[in-house]
Design a protein around this ligand. Sequence first.
Ligand code: HXC
Length: 517
Amino acid sequence: MSTVHDKLRLLKEKNAHVLLGGGAQKIEAQHKAGKMTAHERLHLLFDNGFYDELYRHAQHAATTLGMGGRDLPGDGVVTGLGAINGRLVYASSQDFTVMGGSVGLMHAWKICEIMEMALKAGAPYIAVNDSGGARIQEAVDSLQGYGKIFYHNTLLSGVVPQISIIAGPCAGGAAYSPALMDFIIMVEGTGQMFIAGPEVIKEATGESITAEELGGAGAQAARSGNVHFIARDDADAIEIAQRLLGYLPNNNTEDPPSLHTGELTLIEDEPLNSVVPDDPRDPYNMLDILQRVFDPHSLLEVHSHYAQNMIVSFARLNGRVVGIVANQPAVKFGAIDINASDKASRFIRFCNAFNIPLIQFVDVPGFMPGVEQEFGGIIRHGAKMLFSFSAATVPKITVVVRKAYGGAYLAMCAKALGADRVAAWPTAEIAVMGAEGAVNVLYRTEIKNAPDPREARTTFIRQYKEEFSTPYQAAKRGMVDAVIEPKNTRNYISIALESLRNKRDLRPQKKHGLIPL
Ligand code: HXC
């Protein structure tokens, strides 16, 4: 009969065995590949390196294709909970050293359990992905496991924040779990995601591409827009996740963490008065404005490599978290194209779901013209912005910096879409369209019949600009609350936000709206 001492020793041995994952050799290979192990990642993620591991001794029950009796510690995934900056967070971390972190039924069950716990506790969920995908030996059981993960990702969506770190392979259908989450952080060099890899593509379409070119962080952040943040290595990815969490509430019933001291820091920032160039065709960097207006070093740009004509960013104002949606005139003149619409809409909906006020900075000449844009569905994609802003019930404050033309202005949250405050700088040009286009329609005959048509056109454009390309037509009709000096922008937004702290905007009950996807 074994003694208590024996039983304790057995527990210690079992724990030590599981903690070694796939064994010393596999761990060495993992390190050689520039990757941390699943445990090392969680150790770094949680405060003081402490996490409460759950289901450590779980094992698969598969018997086919050589699986019978095969020892897979933790079934290739570590799951647990811990604190990040003192706040409860649940996490899963796939263990590549155990059968390539492949997903079998138990592996998937462990992930789903931890997600359900996060949902019940109203706490964020972080998933570290490093896996060869569906465990081929477990066949349809593995498929069922993935389906359950996707189902749970959807249950959590809009209730608790979900962050995915891709720190290894994440290919095929496996990529859909991160895609269903709110933010993807990918590690440069080791993280990869694609539906079909280079070999399948070569066979199907004849195209040649490397796995890194196809699924690496650069491509997936800048071209597909799947990835929100690029990390230099595992440690950097974890740091980004920790920083990002600092802007997010625990769940949809709470406000984001506040650093507000009870006082507003009001500043008249003189240099802002000269940021916008005299020539309205000249670009400037919208980020220069945002950095001056919001709390120092508080901007956390999301999707910064993608659709750079649109900026979306978290920031703090007087210590309180806000979400910024801004046109970037330095890229494509700030015109809104398909990708910019998708990028902005997704961010607007995230902020609305998690009680983060939205602040817009507008300098938009219009939706991007072009056959490719039209055939790509710019109407449907642009409509997502109109829908998202109209549906958002968080405080919405819009600042018109320069151009604000036509439907694109509405799409940046004009008064008509429920903006609570709209302020315009004196440089604002709020109009149905640009002066050149308007004059061509309004004065076609007069220009044609003039002794000097070019001069006549120039005169008409100047006259139109003076009268209509200003903030005052819109201000006259109550579409603009105030025309402000740029230097007072922080003060205007600060006071507006304070006055909207208890905003209530109740809408008719419905199952859900039908955003044009
Ligand atoms: C079972 C797997 C596995 C998998 C890797 N392994 N992927 N075992 N099922 N999907 C095992 C390997 O056999 C190996 O076992 C160990 O994990 C490490 O893998 P290596 O190949 O040695 O590592 P590496 O060279 O780094 O290559 C990693 C890899 C490669 C690129 C991920 O392993 C690979 O291509 N794996 C198969 C990928 C795949 O086809 N997955 C299924 C996709 S279908 P040993 O014993 O030698 O250490 C899918 C459908 C999901 O995912 C649908 C959901 C909707």
